[in-house]
Design a protein around this ligand. Structure first.
Ligand code: NAD
Ligand code: TYD
Length: 339
């Protein structure tokens, strides 16, 4: 197969490109990525010698470019997105432009060219806060952050393309993913790299919020299975069953790195913070998927990677990152002081 992977220079996208090239010796991949602050060609260094991956720097909103790349591919996998909840709270405009409009540009090109599969990479956050039990695919979408609302908007357009035009599209809704090459603004790489530097780990609110921590290789295997064996028009939850409180996650990272718990630093909570996500992945398991990494294994592999690959993350924690860090965290410290 020849695949168009948008957002293939980001965290999950680049791991997926490697997964496909490793598992399917005849497959070829075309990556389209804008290289925003989160995109990084270092993430694709490991596949550059394969001879089966080509890279285009560009925006999924660029209709002329998309029109050039979509003909001749068997499938489009849309990983491209603005992805960080805290940034969406500061300014949501890029989220609406990329996550919603950009998805529509890709869907329209896929429809015009009769692409045989369109896989939309979505998130458990579209269900909103889940106080108890677990979300099933037919539950209503109730997004609460601007990021989650943008991803839900994209999903509705994907569904509309299937229902209205018969575009064979599928949706995956993945849980919080961890592993190598994740930009260090997300909780786990941020905690790990701060801990390695002896810096505080900022814990939002009481730290009792719960997430399901999915190892990136398990997420990639699930997306690949949905691509090849999923039913068009369906959505598939991808949850690992590794539910933990954020405080447990931070403490696990400190323990793995031999750092003291005095590095935990409580800061003001995220506005509208969803306290819990939890997925029922029965539908995906029926296709033959099962996660291979429990919480401890996923955390050990992830933390060890950041420990060994300072060359990758050290240069990211400069410039724009520091500016964002200041905007996001200074405000949280100030709020905490005034409350
Ligand atoms: P990421 O932020 O690491 O990567 C996003 C990539 O998209 C970057 O390479 C960026 O340059 C690219 N991009 C952004 N805007 C673009 C545009 N307009 N045109 C082309 N490329 C653009 O994100 P990630 O964590 O790898 O997430 C990938 C996908 O998986 C996203 O759609 C996200 O919503 C979804 N997802 C992520 C998680 C998670 O825990 N990280 C969980 C579930 C679902
Ligand atoms: P994050 O990695 O941003 O993923 P998401 O918000 O998409 O689930 O955050 C994971 C959890 O960690 C979430 O409950 C927010 C919390 N968190 C902190 O407590 N401190 C931080 O500095 C960050 C970035 C997140």
């Amino acid at each position: 197969m020849k695949l168009l992977v948008t957002g293939g220079a980001g965290f999950i996208g680049s791991n997926f490109v490697q997964y496909v090239l490793d598992h399917y010796p005849d497959d070829r991949v075309v990556v389209l990525d804008k290289l925003t602050y989160a995109g990084n060609l270092d993430n694709l260094l490991r596949v550059q010698d394969s001879g089966r991956c080509s890279f285009y720097q560009g925006d999924i909103n660029d209709e002329a470019l998309v029109e050039r790349l979509v003909p001749g591919v068997d499938a489009v996998l849309n990983f491209a997105a603005e992805t960080h909840v805290d940034r969406s709270i500061l300014d949501a405009s890029a989220f609406i432009q990329t996550d919603v409009r950009g998805t529509w540009v890709l869907l329209e090109a896929a429809r015009r060219h009769g692409t045989s599969r369109f896989v939309q990479i979505s998130t458990d956050e579209v269900y909103g806060h889940v106080p108890q039990g677990s979300s099933r695919e037919d539950d209503k979408l109730a997004p609460r952050s601007p990021y989650a609302a943008s991803k839900a908007g994209a999903e509705l357009l994907v569904q509309a393309s299937w229902v209205t035009y018969g575009l064979p599209s599928l949706i995956t809704r993945g849980a919080n993913t961890i592993g190598p090459y994740q930009y260090p603004e997300k909780a786990v790489p941020l905690f790990a790299t701060n801990a390695l530097d002896g810096q505080p780990l900022p814990i939002y609110g009481d730290g009792r919020q719960r997430r399901d921590w999915l190892y990136v290789d398990d997420h990639c295997a699930a997306i690949d299975l949905v691509l090849r064996r999923g039913a068009p028009g369906e959505a598939y939850n991808v949850g690992a069953g590794n539910e933990r409180e954020n405080l447990d996650v931070a403490r696990t990272i400190l323990a793995l790195l031999g750092k003291p718990e005095s590095l935990l630093q409580f800061v003001a909570d995220r506005p509208g913070h969803d306290r819990r996500y939890c997925l029922d992945s029965t539908r995906l398991r029926a296709l033959g998927w099962a996660p291979r990494h429990d919480f401890q294994a996923a955390m050990e592999r992830t933390v060890a990677w950041y420990q060994r690959n300072e060359w990758w993350w050290r240069k990211l924690k400069t410039g724009e990152y520091l500016e964002y860090y200041r905007r996001n965290y200074e405000q949280r410290h100030a709020l905490l002081r005034s409350s």
